[in-house]
Ligand binder design. Structure first.
Ligand SMILES: [Zn+2]
Length: 269
């Protein structure tokens, strides 16, 4: 049996996730547009900047970002690669604690302030409960994260329309030609204001929302799904599979779509 771990929820081959940094007040307009189209994003916040002029207020956080994901961006937005180990630890755990108190759920992700990091920084993350961290290194690729603590996005939002069109154009005439394709867009909401190009976000969102074969997810939902796929346990002959995770998982078995419910043991073929 040819098993392929190549499907997103619903059995689709494509997914979209967005990632926005800094928690500036323009996030409100950004979220209102995304919500209109059902598109999901992750918001990387500096708890030390909340309630400052032009930043989101602490009291607004839970409601504003409901349905999206709140994630770490450190307390004070330093260059982490230049910080002593003690400061790196404090910047991450303290931001996480403050954000969790506002969000009401465990915060598991991060993006590197200024995109600055090194192996010293990466090494600390697991001990602080950080499962992934986004860089600013745009790859132009639609790959799933190979090393989530160094998660490279596809593109900055100034190129979102071009890459969105590329994702939509990916068809593949036969199921065995398909792989998981993830469009990961990053940016800052204030850039739409500075460049006066909110219409591009509107056009992008409208274009993506019209696609029934793209899954919209937060960064953590992408990671959860990838982990659930990798957690599937198969018998040696691949005729039995167990899904030990808490979410349903879709796979290809001899190019036929199979859904495996959470906790289920399933016979294939
Ligand atoms: Zn930042």
């Amino acid at each position: 049996m040819n098993i392929r771990l190549n499907r997103f929820p619903g059995g689709v081959f494509k997914a979209l996730t967005l990632s926005y940094d800094d928690g500036r007040s323009h996030d409100k307009r950004l979220v209102s547009i995304l919500n209109r189209y059902g598109i999901k994003a992750t918001f990387h916040l500096n708890s030390g900047n909340l309630d400052q002029p032009d930043y989101i207020a602490s009291a607004e956080i839970a409601d504003l970002y409901a349905g999206h994901e709140i994630s770490v961006h450190t307390v004070t937005h330093p260059f982490l690669n230049e910080q002593p180990e003690e400061s790196i630890a404090w910047e991450i755990t303290e931001d996480r604690k403050r954000l969790e108190a506002l969000a009401g759920y465990p915060v598991r992700g991060m993006s590197y302030p200024y995109g600055a990091y090194n192996e010293r920084v990466i090494r600390q993350l697991p001990a602080h409960g950080i499962e992934y961290s986004r860089t600013v290194h745009s790859t132009g690729q639609f790959a799933m994260p190979q090393r989530p603590l160094e998660w490279h996005p596809t593109c900055h939002h100034k190129e979102m329309l071009r890459y969105g069109e590329q994702l939509i154009a990916m068809k593949g005439d036969k199921p065995w030609t398909r792989s998981m394709s993830l469009l990961y867009v990053w940016g800052h909401s204030y850039e739409f204001n500075d460049e006066d190009n909110w219409d591009e976000l509107e056009a992008f969102s409208q274009m993506m929302a019209g696609q029934p074969d793209i899954w919209f997810a937060t960064n953590a939902e992408i990671l959860d799904y990838q982990q659930a796929l990798q957690a599937l346990r198969f018998s040696a002959d691949r005729k039995l599979v167990r899904n030990p995770s808490a979410i349903p998982v879709w796979i290809s078995a001899d190019d036929v779509l199979v859904k495996i419910e959470p906790g289920a043991l399933k016979k294939l073929g």
